[in-house]
Every structure is written in C-alpha cells, then in structure tokens.
Design a protein around this ligand. Sequence first.
Ligand code: ADP
Ligand code: ZN
Ligand code: MG
Length: 482
Amino acid sequence: MTMDYEAVIGLEVHAQLLTASKMFCGCDADVFAAPPNTHVCPVCLGMPGSLPVINRRAIESTIMTGLALNCQIAEASVFVRKNYSYPDLPKGYQISQYELPLCHDGWLLIEVGGERKRIGIRRAHQEEDTGKLTHVNGHSLVDYNRSGVPLLEIVSEPELRSADEAYAYLTKLRTILRYLGVSTGDMEKGAMRCEPSISVRPTGSTAFGTKVEIKNLNSFRVVKLALEYEIARQIEALRRGEKIAQVTMGWDDARGRTVVQRVKEGSEDYRYFPEPDLPPLEVSREWVAEIAARLPELPDARRDRFMAQHGLSAYDASVLVADREVADYFESVVGAVGGKADAKTVANWFTGELFRLMNETGTTIGQVKVTAEAFAELLELVAGGTVNLNTAKMVFEEMFRTGQGAQEIVAAKGLAQVSDREVLEKMVRATLAAHPTEVASYHGGKTTVLGWLMGQVMRETKGKANPGVVRALLEEELKRKP
Ligand code: ADP
Ligand code: ZN
Ligand code: MG
C-alpha cells in the first residue's frame, strides 16, 4: 500500500506600499522608472550619523491592511535591526520588525472549488526594501533607489494545502491591497513578491515535515508552478525513503524546476536587536478607530451586497468585485441606467462584451473609453427597441474603439431598428415570394426553415429589423398562405 501525502504551505508576501516618500527618509518613493541612484540621501544610503524618521503614511497603510486582514493592531511595536551583509544593503542591516510586529493574528477568506476556508495571518509587519543589483559582463552594478522604500510583510500560518489554495490566497490578498489602495500588487513589476514555504506529510498526520523555502517568485504563474513542482518532488523523495533537507531554493523557469540556493539561515544568524535610533511605535486606539472608519467596503462584503442588492449570481458578483475599478464602473453604469435595464443585464454586458473586448485588445479598465452614461444610453436604446441586441453589440464595439456615444453611432450609421410593421410586412412578403421551395418545405413540416427565412429578412434590412416583429409577421404570412 502506498502512503498518501498532503502539502503544507505558508506564504510570506512582501508588498511595496504606495507612499510619497520612503520609509525612513524624505526621498521620493516612486522609483520604478527612475535612473539609477537618483532617489537617494544619506539616510537610505546608510551614511554614518544619519537618522531615520518613521513614515506615518506607511504605518497607516499597514494598520489599514492589518484591519482588513482581521488582525490585532499592537499598541506598541518595535523596530529592529536585521543584520546581514550584502552589497544591496548599504547599512549592513535592514530595519524591520521581529518579536513585536505592528499587526498579528488575523485571517483571510479564500474560496477554492466552491469551498470557503479561513487562512490564518500570523503577522503583518513594517520594514524597508533593499537596493537592487544588476550583473553586467562580470561586474555587479548597484542601484539604491529602492533602498528604504516601505514594505509590508504579511506572513500566513502554514494552513494552505495545495498550489491552488496558495494561488487563491495570493489573488485575494492582492485584491484587498488594491481595494485599500495601499499597493499596486503588481508582481510582474516587483511591487508584490512571494516566498512560499512548503513541506509535505502523510495525510492524517498532525506533525509538520521539514520545510523548504522558495525565494524571489515574480509572477502568479511561477508561484503555482514552483509549488506544484516542489510538492511532487518532496513526496517522491519521501516515498524513496529520503529525508528533506531544510534549504532555500529558487525557481529555474527555463528548466521548470526548483534549485537549491543555500542552506537555510536560522534567525540567530541575523542578530536581531532593537533599532536604537527609533522609539517603540505607539499606536493609540483612537488612531486605529479613525483608520477603521476609513476602511472601504471590502471585496467579500461587496460581493454579498451585489448579490442581495442587484440580484446577481455568486459567480457574476465574484467576477465583478475581483477588481475594484471594474466593480466601481459596474455600479456607475447601473446607476446611470436608473432602472431602465436591470443590473443582471448590465452584468451580462460586462462579463460578455466588455471583458471580451478588453481581453482581445489588452485594454485595462482604466483605459476603457466608454463612459457610464454612454453605456447606459446604449442599454436604453436596446430596452426601448431602437436597436436590436446584435446591432447593439456592434455599436458597443464601436463605442469601445472610439469613445463615441451610442446615439451618435446609431444615427451616423443609420442603425436604428426597423420596427415599422408596414415596411417589414412588405419585405416578408417579398422574401416568401422569392423562396417558394423553402415555403413549401416549411408547410411540409420542416419548421426550422422559419429561422432561415428570418435570416433572409434580417439580411435584407442589414440586421436592423426588429427580430420579434419579423418572426411574428413571418408566422402570420405563412399561416395565411398554405
Ligand atoms: P522561519 O523561522 O524559517 O522564517 P517561520 O516559522 O517564521 O519560519 O515561518 C515562515 C513561513 O513558513 C510561514 O509562512 C509559515 O506559515 C511557514 N511554515 C512554517 N512551518 C512550515 C512547515 N512545516 N511547512 C510549510 N510551511 C511552514
Ligand atoms: Zn533617502
Ligand atoms: Mg520567519
């Protein structure tokens, strides 16, 4: 009998906070596209005698995230020096938090395969980023722009049990960070980085196995691949009777496998001690209450409200709230429509036409040119029978491409639906007269011919005929003409 194994995964996530200045100095923290070493000063270059000053905005963002992750917010937390030597770390230590983090003991709700699960958040603490090395022709170049950019480190409990759960956790965490506006959460740009720890154990066992840590994963795709690979590797090793070594690994994307980087350092290697240049960080309950009052509606609450208030399915609601800007846009359109089309119809337009066009053209929601008012105008034209659904989809595509209004396009292109019975009656009669064979086969019992005849009339009107009227007229005429 072969033994079954289960995976145990915990995630450490670093998120760059969107502050104007760096964590402990006044340098501009927006360093993404800046030329090397242009956003630096004695503090973030680690010059002797320079003194750090805590960025209030960064602390606020961390508290806000802590609250959104159901954490306790410490009344007093302590900055420490985490000592190690590396060229991208000018001071020789990183200012971080260790025993007394700002936020601790929270949880995050994930949903995988229709099942909801709470994942414990052990801690969320404040720290600073390092500089960046670039290796060129056997030389290493260092850029200290990123040195001192505020980071939020969020550490989960080892409660994730599969790569899919880890993926769901990361996605949810990024959604929350974006809802709060505290980080872009862009993994591809390094603004969010993930280091999973993985072990496996016999299913049913409660003891933890030896864990391996994977560093520097820079996309959601790679996190999933690395976890799947590492879980399989460890299970195979245990099946062969081998021991798992506690190591730090990296992901080799070209070879599609994890590779050992170094033997894991213990926390004693960092010689943590309190940062002598900073007092303990005291956070009054009033301040926490004030930040809590400013928390926006979070994705789970918004999904539930979309279901209750707008009558959406759980699926549609989840898809729409996954991105705050999409959800905001959706609500603007629903508001602008003002009951002339129901929210479910708006949702269908979003998950159908809008998302399709965005995907096909690589457009982000912020770049969509269709205003909520223009969107509503189009839905009103459909509801009022001015254009049929197929024409409306064409018009929407035009709106999406050009940013023109719905009415404007319909008028300019003469797309208004033909509902005039007299006009359509003539066309229906002409069509029937032109196709006696099809009419005969209809009367012979092949009623599907009706659809084909409808197609002829629609083509005749370049798709503008009101399909309901055409169908009714065809049925009438065919009944009268046996
Ligand atoms: P370390 O001291 O090595 O940094 P921590 O206990 O601080 O380890 O945990 C770091 C991360 O590893 C956390 O996300 C935690 O959930 C996870 N973790 C801890 N033990 C295990 C384990 N046995 N298997 C998988 N993940 C683990
Ligand atoms: Zn600086
Ligand atoms: Mg740790």
